[in-house]
Design a protein around this ligand. Structure first.
Ligand code: SF4
Ligand code: MG
Length: 350
């Protein structure tokens, strides 16, 4: 099957005075061209750092310590060789020319709060055109036209006016649309969307999600959709990874995840959202116990301190393997690992 991005055993750690935070700790997944992969989990589980690792914008004192991020880069239009190249983004200089060309060109990112990603002192137009002029072989006048066209496609009324506005002159929803326009204007093959609608009211959120799906179809891009909101995942994604304390605990198609969740953490997440989506802005808070300190990730299965199905004597010392329970539905839990369950249960003192 065709691949756009393959992340293998990615580890991104933060080296702090208080200790090491393993924010991303051995994460693997793939994204196919045009696909939407949902990345879900409570805050602090490493979702955003995974996205930032791909773009090589991890803030100090964090750094990638291990793993591969293989990106299948499409040939530039007009490139005579027309060969796809596979680049390991981990091996690139984060400030080098290749990474700068990929960032915003082939892979771009939208964030929860556009006020922090737009500069307040430059017009929307200048900030969108800046990217166009870096990545596309056009002059200023053409860049302006491309920007206006993309603002229009992103559903901004009066794009000729919006382009000369400052970010603070727009409403939250309009700013979010402008940020999406900036992210998509160079037609990336992958968009990393980090909670892009979390700060919006439900009506605006619905519109923005629809817009993203329309543009995805039009541009043929893949989306890595990071959210804590399973309702958004259900609407947007075809496949999902569930993260807990820097690790992927389950990967499944959206249908399997909602109908046949395997990992006790995923089951708890699903039980913690209301059946009807009306109140889905409520925080996930029904999972018993506290998320452990990132400085002190429990040994064995990291979820064992909160898991209602934890097996005494096993889950607190055996690191679960990834098991395929069928059709690529992957689970990290000893309950599904025949070898461990039998062998270890036999020797367990419990
Ligand atoms: Fe629960 Fe054990 Fe499975 Fe971890 S490995 S999720 S503690 S049953
Ligand atoms: Mg986050």
């Amino acid at each position: 099957d065709e691949r756009l991005l393959e992340v293998n055993n990615l580890k991104t750690y933060f080296f702090l005075d208080e200790g090491i935070v393993r924010a991303v700790d051995g994460v693997s997944f793939t994204i196919r061209p045009g696909q939407t992969l949902g990345v879900v989990g409570e805050s602090g589980c490493g979702k955003s750092i995974t996205g930032r690792s791909i773009l090589r914008i991890v803030d100090r004192p964090g750094r990638i310590v291990e793993g591969q991020i293989l990106f299948h880069r499409r040939p530039e239009p007009g490139d005579a060789s027309q060969q796809e190249e596979v680049l390991d983004l981990v091996q690139l200089d984060e400030n080098g020319s290749t990474m700068r060309a990929i960032r915003g060109g082939d892979i771009s990112m939208v964030f929860q709060e556009p006020m922090t990603s737009f500069s307040p002192v430059l017009t929307i137009g200048n900030q969108i055109m800046e990217g166009i002029l870096i990545h596309l072989p056009v002059d200023k006048k053409e860049a302006r036209e491309i920007a206006i066209d993309m603002l229009q496609r992103c559903g901004l009324p009066r794009p000729h006016q919006v382009i000369d506005s400052y970010p603070w002159e727009l409403s939250g929803g309009m700013r979010q649309r402008a940020m999406i326009a900036r992210a998509l204007v160079c037609r990336p093959s992958l968009l990393i969307a980090d909670e892009p609608t979390t700060a919006l009211d439900v009506t605006t959120e619905t519109q923005i999600l629809q817009l993203m799906q329309d543009l995805q179809e039009e541009l043929g891009m893949a989306i890595m959709f990071i959210t804590h909101d399973l309702g958004v995942i259900a609407e947007m994604a075809q496949e999902v990874i569930v993260m807990y304390l820097g690790q992927v605990v389950e990967r499944a198609s959206v249908l399997d995840l909602f109908q046949r969740p395997k990992h006790p953490y995923t089951q708890a997440l699903l039980q913690s959202i209301p059946r009807i989506d009306r109140n889905r802005k409520k925080r996930l808070n029904a999972i018993r116990g506290m998320v452990p300190s990132p400085f002190n990730v429990p040994p064995g299965c990291p979820f064992h301190t909160r898991c209602p199905q934890a097996i005494p004597g096993i889950c607190n010392r055996v690191t679960p393997r990834t098991v395929d329970v069928g059709d690529g539905h992957l689970v990290n839990c000893v309950l599904y690992d025949e070898t461990i369950a039998h062998h270890e249960r036999a020797t367990s003192v419990e």
